[in-house]
Design a binder for this molecule. Structure first.
Ligand code: G4P
Length: 527
């Protein structure tokens, strides 16, 4: 790296993965506070509170204006620009989350120290692991009576399938939480509860063997020292290359609500997390430092303003520099667009954007020109890979009371399908559309949005399907024969990729045996 890092080398783009209630919102807020991106404690929290206050999830959708503004948050720490991508928290709504994870270069895993690694975190971890995304681990809520650090570390390592390398180690917990030993800086940061305190006031004591520590922190310190002794025999040294390859995870302990341990996380993002890396496309690998702009749409949020049917495409800049007024080519269609009102995401507000660099996220309002997985370039024919669509596990048919609205229903479903809110399948034979989802909540959201945004009163009807697989064969004739023979259970998704719908997983095995030249995929990548 050169003396003055380039704007791209200064970018860090990450997401937080956690189970609901582990402390993601609290930590996000503290990160923003620390870096000066927001001034008032409580603003991120307030947003979440207002979400929770409306127990009706649909109400949340009405506030989408807010949720878009906060779904990407940019902050500065030391000489770095850090982009934090929000992952939708709801358990049922995780498909979107997976796609967000494809747009980051690192992940911060937040764990509730009382609960250890929980279900939702595990699912997200799998995505990170599949992509070798480097993971920093933050064990939160040390101010509570929680599990022992060795026990937690052991569980984290088992689930991560990689070594957790403690950067800090807690001294005590709950009422007797005294702080953390910074194992690399060799000093103790003393814990003092308090929500709104920012950095600067923390007491630190140098030297891990400093007798002053033993005098003040007695039994808890003795225990921490013993644990560290055990660790030094059992754990590997931190190796940044191993971290970047997804084989080691730096481990931190703290208490987000008390603003404790947060600064270390920001430092780790700057010092350890990688700048934007190369991204694979069908045609070639794209380097972030290439002068020409390329980007990928990883998220679409529709109908911000129902009157105009506008949508915002969230684009991860993969290479070069974006500037306002630039002409861009959409790889899938070859169409040229010249977006004028591209937005940047600055903590709580949306702002008109002048320029952005690889690693940044820009928002392009459009009317359906851009779809999930689309690649944007300055003219090159390019298609990035790696944006996942998951085979749905739940299927419903849609019925409408008023047949005269069927055109609107179709339009609505196709648009919501393009947004990725739900997967929409067009059966080979019948004309009515099928909906597929990974979580049941997606169906409710779609019905609600059909009525609110397209004025279509629809209801769901059961279907026998339980399994869907995208089908592929290098032998076109085989594929055609397969489709003909199974036409009654073939359907096409929003980009016309063929799938087979099954009522039992067991049928899949039979098909695989009968059709060795056809492959069946639970995951589809790119548009
Ligand atoms: P999430 O976004 O991951 O769902 O979690 P969130 O930050 O909302 O935190 C979940 C709960 O855990 C909140 O309590 C929050 O205050 C609490 N919490 C977060 N970090 C810490 C910590 O370091 N120590 C302790 N003791 N608690 C923590 P809540 O009761 O649900 O909300 P609130 O009434 O406190 O706002």
């Amino acid at each position: 790296m050169s003396e003055t890092p380039t704007p791209i080398a200064r970018r860090r783009t990450f997401a937080i993965i956690s189970h609901p209630d582990a402390g993601k919102t609290t930590l996000t807020e503290k990160l923003l506070l620390f870096s000066g991106a927001i001034q008032i404690a409580g603003s991120v929290k307030a947003r979440k509170a207002s979400r929770h206050a409306t127990s009706d999830w649909m109400e949340i959708e009405k506030q989408r204006g807010i949720s878009v503004a906060s779904s990407v948050m940019q902050m500065e720490w030391r000489d770095c620009v850090i982009n934090l991508l929000d992952t939708p928290g709801h358990q049922d709504f995780s498909e979107d989350t997976y796609r967000v994870l494809t747009a980051v270069d690192a992940a911060l895993m937040v764990i509730d120290a009382a609960n250890g690694v929980e279900a939702q975190t595990l699912r997200l971890l799998e995505v990170c692991r599949a992509r070798n995304t480097p993971i920093i681990t933050f064990v939160n809520k040390m101010d509570r009576e929680v599990r022992t650090p060795l026990d937690l570390m052991d569980e984290i390592e088992r689930h991560l399938g990689m070594d957790a390398i403690p950067f800090t180690w807690p001294v005590g917990m709950g009422k007797n939480f005294h702080g953390v030993l910074d194992l690399r800086e060799r000093r103790m940061r003393v814990f003092r509860p308090g929500e709104d305190r920012l950095d600067g006031g923390d007491e630190t004591i140098d030297g891990l063997d400093n007798p002053a520590l033993a005098a003040r922190f007695g039994a808890e310190l003795a225990q921490a020292r013993e644990e560290i002794g055990l660790l030094s025999e059992a754990t590997a040294e931190f190796d940044r290359a191993a971290f970047l390859a997804g084989r080691q995870s730096p481990l931190f302990f703290g208490s987000a609500i008390n603003n404790f341990g947060v600064r270390e996380v920001l430092d780790a993002l700057v010092d350890q997390a990688p700048p934007p890396g190369p991204r694979p496309a069908v045609q070639r690998v794209v380097q972030p430092s290439e002068p020409k702009f390329t980007g990928m749409v990883f998220k679409i949020q529709a109908n911000m303003d129902p009157a105009h049917r506008d949508r915002i495409a969230f684009v991860r800049v993969c290479s070069g520099r974006f500037e306002r007024g630039m002409r861009l080519k959409v790889g899938r269609t070859g169409k040229e667009i010249r977006p004028n009102t591209v937005v940047a995401f600055m903590s709580q507000r949306r702002e008109l954007l002048e320029e952005a660099w690889a690693g940044d996220i820009i928002g392009i309002p459009n009317h359906g020109t851009l779809r999930l997985g689309d690649t944007l370039t300055e003219g090159e024919a390019l298609q990035f890979t790696g944006l996942p669509f998951f085979a749905p596990e739940l299927f419903q048919a849609v019925e409408i009371a008023d047949p005269l609205r069927s055109k609107q229903l179709r339009t609505g479903l196709m648009q919501l399908g393009e947004e990725g809110a739900i997967q929409v399948f067009r059966p080979h034979f019948s004309g009515s559309l099928l909906l597929g989802a990974v979580g049941t909540l997606q169906f409710d959201v779609v019905l609600h949005r059909l009525s609110g945004e397209y004025n279509v009163a629809a209801r769901l009807a059961p279907t026998p399907y339980r399994v869907a697989r995208w089908i592929h064969s290098d032998d076109e004739r085989q594929l055609k024969r397969f489709i003909e023979e199974n036409a009654h259970r073939i359907a096409y998704d929003v980009v016309d990729a063929p799938t087979i719908l099954l009522t039992h997983a067991a049928e899949l095995r039979v098909l695989q045996e009968r059709w060795p030249d056809v492959s069946f995929h639970a995951l589809r990548e790119h548009a």
